[in-house]
Design a protein. Structure first.
Length: 129
């Protein structure tokens, strides 16, 4: 099993850092499973919360932890070994294009933390009723 490998880090305009992790591994002969994970760690602190949740920062932090890790994976199966570096570069380029408008948006952290906290509350209600 191949361990994950950090490929690159990119500072985003909203103060967050986008990391690219390679999870690729051989599967059969010269064929590979190619996987690139985009990872952004968001500290769960008042400044990263939407205004309506700032007064509940303690509860949000208790629910989500001191930091929330956003992760998105792009995968390809049965890729020839010689094509792996090119495929990884293409995946990273596509994610960087998305980063400019989505991951780097000033409200990305606030919107994501609001959604994850709402999901937590909904799950808690579902299991306590």
């Amino acid at each position: 099993m191949n361990p994950e490998k950090l490929l690159s880090r990119h500072s985003l305009g909203n103060g967050l850092t986008l990391e690219f992790w390679d999870h690729s591994r051989p599967v059969a002969g010269d064929r590979w499973y190619v996987a690139l994970e985009c990872r952004i760690t968001i500290p769960v602190k008042v400044g990263n919360l939407p205004p309506d949740l700032r007064s509940q920062a303690g509860e949000v932090r208790a629910a989500l932890g001191p930091e929330f890790v956003f992760s998105q994976k792009d995968e390809r199966n049965f890729i020839a070994a010689q094509e792996v570096p090119e495929i990884l570069q293409e995946m990273e380029a596509r994610a960087l294009d998305l980063a400019a408008n989505y991951f780097a948006h000033p409200d990305f952290a606030r919107r994501l933390l609001r959604k994850k906290y709402a999901d937590h509350l909904q799950k808690r209600r579902r299991y306590t009723s």
